[in-house]
Unconditional design. Structure first.
Length: 73
């Protein structure tokens, strides 16, 4: 579970982007995974996140997902 604020952020983002359903599901999955990761690392604001933090997320996540899911990251 992610914070209600981050859940709302995802919903607002998807409302603006207007993806097709399958793409929307993929985007929701990866953004939720990313925001959960950041919450677990103690980030309270996106302003605190660096490029290095994004790189670390990708590297850490790459170990946990199937190769066929990399296009989503």
């Amino acid at each position: 579970m992610i914070s209600p604020e981050n859940g709302n952020l995802i919903d607002r983002f998807l409302d603006v982007k207007q993806y097709k359903e399958n793409t929307s599901d993929d985007v929701r999955w990866v953004v939720r995974k990313y925001l959960f990761y950041l919450e677990q690392k103690g980030f309270m604001s996106m302003d605190e996140v660096s490029v290095e933090d994004v790189r670390r997320f990708i590297l850490d996540t790459a170990m946990d997902v199937k190769a066929s899911s990399f296009h989503i990251l």
